[in-house]
Design a protein around this ligand. Structure first.
Ligand SMILES: [Zn+2]
Length: 261
């Protein structure tokens, strides 16, 4: 049976796809787009044409990427994968960013990793509340320091202490607020892989450049230890961005009771 040659994602997109290009790269794909063929390895004669620029995977339409994702998944389960694991993960990340329903699923098992996990998505409401909380504390501490400023100018010890402590707190709270605005601290939510209840956590990234983060906490319903592995897209002022710029998976951690007879 004659089969179309399946390009790697690197060949297909003209270079390794990165999560950081985002949907904004789509706007660069003006003009007639060259066509790239992605074949279904299961059905040698049937090829799917994915219109898009050769220089970026993100130039392809979401519907086309969804078809490619479905074909790659079917091919993987049939034992004849057409994409490498990394390429498949990149496509899945892109679809998650585009909020495709194909990649939102409930709790499930991974035979390869022998674990149970579910999807985590950005919780904009909680992230906004977190930013509001740090803003409130910043204003409060700055107000306390400002009120005692006249006393400090008259060398009153108590007011001087108030100003020093107030400014210290203001500096710490304002740093926390900037952390949220830059996207280094973000709220994510999903279903507990063990009991199915909605759970949330705050993922804390070290800096703007870091894209992966791991947070551990207990499910507030069943007390099962959970690990949140969160990925984010680069950029600034995250809480008001439109895209789904943080997402990931929630893994259920094994405990001693799992192995007791
Ligand atoms: Zn639970």
């Amino acid at each position: 049976m004659r089969r179309c040659r399946v390009p790697t994602l690197g060949e297909w997109s003209g270079g390794p796809a990165t999560r950081t290009e985002g949907r904004h790269a789509r706007s660069r794909s003006a003009g007639p787009s060259p066509r790239v063929v992605v074949a279904n390895a299961l059905e040698g004669q049937r090829c799917h044409f994915v219109p898009g620029p050769l220089d970026s995977l993100h130039g392809a339409r979401t519907e086309d990427v969804e078809i490619l994702y479905t074909q790659a998944k079917e091919a993987y389960f049939s034992g004849i994968p057409i994409l490498s694991d990394d390429d498949f993960d990149n496509i899945e990340s892109l679809l998650r960013y585009e909020k495709s329903s194909l990649v939102s699923k409930g709790p499930r098992c991974s035979l390869r990793g022998l674990n149970i996990y579910s999807d985590a998505s950005l919780d904009k409401g909680q992230t906004f509340l977190l930013a509001s909380f740090w803003s409130f504390l910043s204003v409060l501490s700055y107000g306390c320091a400002a009120r005692s400023l006249p006393g400090m100018l008259h060398a009153e010890a108590f007011d001087t202490l108030n100003v020093v402590v107030g400014l210290g707190f203001f500096s710490a709270f304002f740093r926390c607020l900037l952390n949220v605005l830059k996207g280094n601290e973000v709220a994510v939510k999903g279903n507990c892989p063990n009991c199915g209840e909605e759970v949330y956590a705050f993922a804390d990234f070290k800096d703007v450049e870091e894209e992966e983060c791991e947070t551990e906490c207990l499910c507030h319903m069943c007390r099962r230890p959970l690990v949140y592995r969160i990925t984010k897209h680069k950029g600034i002022i995250r809480p008001i961005a439109n895209g789904e710029w943080a997402y990931g998976k929630i893994y259920s951690k094994s405990i001693a009771e799992d192995y007791s007879p």
